[in-house]
Write a protein that binds this ligand. Structure first.
Ligand code: MN3
Length: 384
């Protein structure tokens, strides 16, 4: 069962939990890559002894070299380093858990090298869904979802006929501002937005959970991963994050996957698929919860969510444009340049700002990314 894996984004929330899973199951680690946390990267490298280690932020490369000077580990930097680790011959599977658009090219590199991908980088499918899924099909590469909702759907599809699926039910925690009115959202602070009720995650995704953009991005990912029409995806707010998602078949039988809200379960399923072994987490006790609730999301108040769904319905570059605009808006919000509700205003304004164009290559993705970021930066600068 011992697999060889590489982890892109090894010092982040998903990466560190994946290493816990890897340690428990005795995986070999071929490569580790991090954005800039070289101190933790050094500790991981000394513990797991990968052949390759990469820091993406090139300014941190001299420090990485001096920290690991006494080892024989091959040291890499930048985006080329990420793609190199993604395509290592020894990889059985590559976990891509980097944050942001920078994750797209290494996913494609792994696919080109014929390596299965455990995918936690949202931008890969949001921005490059058609490119990635068509190339993966051509190369016979499997894309295993790591996100809890997509893992749940993937698990519910096992042993059933894909052609008999009628729809999926994507659950959403609702974030810290569920039930708040648009007016109430005007005064929420960064500290309020960074408090998530159920999941502990990085700051970008925590803000995305507060705006519900995270669910919008997951909607887009689900469309690509499971080859669905937008009409086949229903979003349901489920505050307890115990039902991780569900699928409905033609006979109206609905199958859901449940578990405690701990990312180690979906991470382990992606890495060990199709096997299941004891996971380093708690077991679910339904009677401890007692009540599970399900409600409709508020699409009017949470403009990011409706903008993301509209973007994927329109197709072309729109999903990429809203995603990049959101990244810039979240960056500005975390830098105290804009208010919370402005994130949604900016993201939805992208739909009116740009004409339709297609995404046929990575260059097209980069073009859309640049256009959206420039637009948001100018809009924020001119409003100040
Ligand atoms: Mn999720």
């Amino acid at each position: 069962m011992s697999k060889t894996i590489s982890i892109l984004g090894s010092t982040g929330s998903i990466g560190t939990q994946a290493l816990e899973v890897a340690e428990k199951h005795g995986f070999r680690i071929a490569g580790l890559a991090a954005h800039s946390s070289v101190e933790l990267l050094e500790q991981q490298a000394r513990k797991f002894r990968p052949e390759f280690v990469c820091v993406c932020n090139e300014e941190k490369f001299p420090e990485l070299k001096s920290r690991l000077a006494d080892t024989s580990i091959n040291l890499l930097c930048g985006n080329e380093g990420l793609s190199k680790i993604a395509s290592l011959e020894q990889n059985d599977i590559v976990l891509n858990s980097v944050v942001g658009m920078v994750g797209l090219v290494p996913t494609l590199a792994a696919i080109e090298a014929g390596k299965d991908v455990a995918l936690a980088n949202k931008e890969t499918l949001v921005a490059g869904g058609n490119l990635v899924m068509s190339r993966a099909a051509e190369k016979g590469v499997n894309i295993y979802p790591v996100d809890s909702e997509h893992s749940a759907i993937f698990q519910c599809l096992q042993g059933n006929k894909r052609s008999q699926l009628s729809k999926i039910i994507l659950t959403a925690s609702g974030g810290p501002f569920f039930k708040k009115s648009y007016d109430e959202l005007r005064s929420v602070t960064k500290a309020d937005a960074l408090k998530h009720p159920n999941w502990s995650m990085g700051s970008k995704i925590t803000i995305d959970s507060a705006t519900l953009m995270n669910k919008g991005l997951e909607f887009i990912e689900a469309k690509w991963l499971f080859d669905l029409e937008p009409e086949q995806i229903e979003i349901v707010v489920h505050r307890q994050s115990v039902v991780h998602s569900a699928v409905e078949y033609n006979d109206y039988s609905v199958i859901a996957q449940l578990g405690v809200p701990d990312m180690k379960i979906p991470i382990q399923y992606a890495l060990l698929y199709p096997d299941r072994f004891e996971c380093p987490t708690k077991r679910l006790s339904l009677t401890d919860y007692g009540t599970l609730t399900f409600e409709k999301p508020d699409y009017e108040t949470f403009k990011c969510l409706s903008a993301a769904i509209e973007a994927v319905s329109r197709g072309g570059a729109y999903p990429c444009l809203v995603n990049s605009a959101n990244e810039e808006a979240v960056r500005a919000f975390l830098a105290d340049e804009i208010s919370f509700i402005e994130i949604g205003e900016i993201v939805s304004s992208v739909l009116d700002k740009f004409e339709y164009f297609d995404i046929c290559s990575v260059d097209d993705v980069m073009k859309a990314d640049k256009l959206a970021r420039e637009y948001v930066t100018e809009r924020i600068a001119s409003a100040r």
